[in-house]
Design a protein around this ligand. Sequence first.
Ligand SMILES: Nc1ncnc2c1ncn2[C@@H]1O[C@H](COP(=O)(O)OP(=O)(O)OP(=O)(O)O)[C@@H](O)[C@H]1O
Ligand SMILES: [Mg+2]
Length: 233
Amino acid sequence: MLEISGIRAGYGPVAVLHGIDMAIQAGEIVAVLGSNGVGKTTLNNVISGIIKPTAGTIRFEGEDVTGASPAHMVGLGLAHVPEGRKIFPNLSVHENLELGAYRRATANSARNLERMYDTFPRLRERRTQLAGTLSGGEQQMLAIGRGLMSEPRMVILDEPSLGLSPVMVEEMFRLVQKINAEGLAVLLVEQNVVQSLEVATRTYVLEQGHFVLEGKSADVLKDPNLRKTYLGL
Ligand SMILES: Nc1ncnc2c1ncn2[C@@H]1O[C@H](COP(=O)(O)OP(=O)(O)OP(=O)(O)O)[C@@H](O)[C@H]1O
Ligand SMILES: [Mg+2]
């Protein structure tokens, strides 16, 4: 579904990604793990068209989308739920969700709103509340719900568990499995190593703009370097 090869990207003279190759098949959950500042968000932004790569190619559903705009990527069925939630604080929950269907699945907006409220009952209770007054976990659910309003084929989640309580983190990972079971491919970018390895089919580990480890999650979990560096074992 998504195939990227030789991707390099950065900010002005600063190179951040130094040649990234990865692929995501339909129906997979793929995790990208890595510490602060290694380039995870940069990679997400390259895939969703926010940042143009300086080298390499990106294919989505067989189409060469290297350098395509974010609007084009949404139109093709890629939803990006950015880091830090980025909801509209002065709009209601309902209005935020409706905006998710602005570019795609517009005609199905009413039906999909009901589906989102079924998936996130907390949002139904708070449909008229200003989004900026939601709790952190509720804002994260709203950001994901808004992404799903476009009926995507694949969703990028940038650190969905960041800043959530342990109970909410569990809920978030269950939700990731649920939306995947409904047919979406998921690119899950996380620092929550153990739980990500549990839900992901395959995992890539990013360090300083390179993948240093990749494979089936069960095999990645056995890697001695990963256990030492990320799990302190
Ligand atoms: N707009 C920007 N201008 C200049 N440098 C940037 C910009 N955005 C990010 N960077 C730098 O690029 C590097 C990678 O940042 P990125 O946000 O991709 O990391 P990350 O892996 O997502 O980290 P985190 O886990 O903290 O979110 C960092 O050194 C960061 O300071
Ligand atoms: Mg980031």
